[in-house]
Design a binder for this molecule. Sequence first.
Ligand SMILES: [Zn+2]
Length: 169
Amino acid sequence: MSYNEPGLGAIEFAKHFIKNMNRNDALKVTTQLLKGELHDNQDNRVKRCDYCGYWWKDNSLRNTRKTCSDGCKTSIKTLQKREQRANEFLLNPEKKEKKETLMDYYLWWLDHPFWVQEYAMIKVGWKFERPSGVSLMNYIEAKNELYGMGNRKTSKKVVNYHGNSKDEF
Ligand SMILES: [Zn+2]
C-alpha cells in the first residue's frame, strides 16, 4: 500500500477515532486504523481512497466515489492525464511537436512582458514599432526649427488684468 498526503475525507474519518485523545494514544489508534482493524469490515462505505490510500467513509448517495476528497480527486485526475499523455506519446512517437516560432521568445503572459532573445525581438518587434521614414524625420526637424524642441505649438494667452499693455511682457 502506498500513501500520499491524506485527503480531507480521510482526515475526517480518522478524527472520528482519535477524538479527545492525547498524542500517544492517538498514534496507537492511528496505527490500528491504518491496518483496518478499527472499522466495521462489513461496512462497504468505508474504503481506501484511490489517491491518498487512507481509509475514509463514502457518504455520497450511491456510494460510488473513489476518492476521499476533492483534492484527492484532482490529484488522481492529474496523474491519469499525465499517464494518458505518456501513453499517447509511446503510441505515436513521431507525432510532430508544435513548430517553434519567434513569438515563443516573448513572455507576454507576465505583468511586465519581455523578450528573452534579442534577435526575435527585432525580427518581430519592428512590425509593431516601425521606424519612421526620412520624409517624416525632415518634417519633424523643420517644425523643431520653427517652434523649438518638443514640437508643440502653444498659443500665447495674455490676460489683461491692468487695463493696459503691462501684462504682455
Ligand atoms: Zn484521499
